[in-house]
Design a protein around this ligand. Structure first.
Ligand code: 2NE
Length: 270
């Protein structure tokens, strides 16, 4: 399989193959921990994934065979957040979480090792998680002076249940891929050397299906949990579909032609 580079960055790889955009955190030295630069680059790549007409499915992973992502880079954690070259503390990973959630295309976490801390949250917010047998899952926040009480907790609880989510956060234990599968935290576990093949097969299967149908399903599943913001996203997509109708075109055309619109001629769908 030949991945072609979409864009070159400092901390991530961003590649394309057969309708798939693959974002790889490339900081093996730190178990693929993210610093603000990493996060800015991920954010840029996710924005491109949203716009690029060739990309139907996005894959998020980490470089090497040890870690998917070990969360925020503790070596640059200062007062108020993670500090980058500009000296300003940031927690910009939350923006990437929101990007993954609202991206109108499926996002698959290809979990190739440790998914820990903020790295665990990243796989949680992806639509699908496929893990290798050596993957290990867990939160460490309360042990290292941090927490993610947002999607990292509430969405986690909606996936695996309140008791288990509280256990994961309060105990800060590590869980095997088999345990993750058992609790519904991942969709499938495969041997490490089959991981990418499996993920690509899932991505190809999804690409046989209607992109608009997948898009509306993702947004509907989000909307159930996301309150007014979920409704706003869902409604935005309903507007998109409405703009494709003759009925909506009539409104705009009548305005431009300075006449009264005639909406009566369009079919009603009971
Ligand atoms: C990931 C884990 C369990 C791996 O353990 P192991 O034994 O395989 O590797 P080791 O030796 O711990 O790590 C290898 C090198 O990577 C660095 C280590 O310090 C070590 O460096 P050297 O000793 O060789 O110099 N490294 C690993 N993770 C790092 C990190 N996150 N930041 C900086 N350097 C890191 C084990 O390494 C581990 O437990 N890592 C820390 C996990 C963690 O606590 N992450 C932060 C959670 S908080 C968070 O991510 C967060 C949040 O809570 C809310 C919002 C945003 C972020």
């Amino acid at each position: 399989r030949k991945w072609e580079t979409i864009k070159t960055y400092e901390d991530i790889f961003f590649d394309y193959f057969d309708g798939i955009g693959k974002i790889t955190i490339n900081r093996e030295r730190y178990r693929n921990a993210f610093r603000p630069t990493t996060v800015n680059e991920m954010s840029d790549a996710f924005r491109i994934c949203r716009e690029d007409q060739r990309i139907n499915v996005v894959v998020l992973t980490g470089a090497g065979d040890k870690a998917f992502c070990s969360g925020g880079d503790q070596t640059v954690k200062g007062k108020g957040g993670y500090i980058d070259k500009d000296g300003i503390p940031r927690l910009n990973i939350l923006e990437v979480q929101r990007q993954i959630r609202s991206l109108p295309k499926p996002v698959i976490a290809m979990v190739n090792g440790y998914a820990i801390g903020g790295g665990h949250v990243l796989h949680v917010v992806c639509d699908i998680s496929i893990a290798s047998e050596n993957a290990i899952f867990g939160q460490t926040g309360p042990k290292v002076g941090s927490f993610d009480a947002g999607l990292g907790s509430s969405y986690l609880a909606s996936i695996i249940g309140q008791k288990k989510a509280r256990e994961i956060w309060f105990m800060c234990r590590q869980y095997s891929a088999a345990e993750a599968l058992e609790m519904g935290l991942v969709n499938k576990v495969v041997p490490f050397d089959q991981l990418e093949d499996e993920v690509v097969a899932w991505a190809q299967k999804m690409q046989e299906h209607s992109p608009l149908a997948l898009r509306m399903l993702k947004l509907g599943l989000n909307a159930e949990l996301d309150g007014q913001v979920g409704l706003q996203e869902f409604a935005g997509n309903a507007t998109l579909l409405y703009y494709l109708t003759e009925e909506a075109q009539e409104g705009k055309n009548a305005f431009l032609e300075k006449r009264k619109p005639d909406f009566k001629k369009y079919p009603k769908f009971p």
